[in-house]
Design a protein around this ligand. Structure first.
Ligand code: COA
Length: 153
């Protein structure tokens, strides 16, 4: 696909992309080593309920990635959930995020899913405007909780 910045190619991630995916994850605020990303990728790539797509720009390599999974829940119809989206800081505002989201939506439709949902940190104003521009509606604000489980219990 042609964008103003060159030719953009969107494809499923490979294990050999781990280095580039790790660098972008760190930009997103989730620092991870190449080894960590490779280990997670190895598990996820086996699971057909997940899609990890990378965007490659001619001469620049991987400039963004998106991860979505098909979620089944008692409280709602099955849908795709976007678990991560990041475009390299030097390549934003060129249509790459839009292209990745469009491919995620295409994947979701092909899975028979009728909606795509996502959560975005309240501080990411620019991302919220981006999603709203793509037709996503703000449905609620939540707190996120986590409990780290001790290995001994
Ligand atoms: C949010 C993000 C994924 C959007 O991807 P992107 O490739 O920059 O977005 P696009 O170029 O496809 O922009 C689409 C629209 O969003 C707006 N936009 C997004 N980022 C912009 C930027 N840095 N500069 C100018 N406009 C921008 C534009 O208005 C554009 O609309 P237009 O096509 O009418 O001009 C990307 O900026 C990013 O990685 N941000 C940091 C990480 C993040 O917040 N991820 C989402 C976590 S939930």
């Amino acid at each position: 696909m042609k964008i103003a910045a060159g030719t953009l190619h969107i494809r499923p991630a490979h294990l050999r992309d781990a280095d580039a995916l790790a660098a972008l994850s760190t930009q997103l605020g989730y620092p991870a080593s190449q080894d960590e990303i490779e280990r997670r990728l190895r598990a996820i790539l086996r699971n057909r309920n997940h899609a990890i797509l990378v965007a490659e720009l001619d001469g620049k390599g991987i400039v963004g990635w998106a991860h979505a999974s098909a979620e089944k829940a008692l409280l709602s119809e099955p849908r795709a959930e976007v678990l991560g989206l990041i475009i390299d800081v030097t390549q934003r505002g060129k249509g790459i995020g839009t292209a990745l989201m469009s491919q995620i939506e295409r994947w979701a439709r092909a899975q028979g899913l009728s909606a795509v949902s996502l959560r975005s940190n309240v501080i990411r104003d620019q991302a919220h405007r981006f999603y709203e521009g793509l037709g996503y509606k703000r449905v609620k604000t939540q707190h996120a909780f986590v409990k780290v489980l001790s290995k001994r219990e």
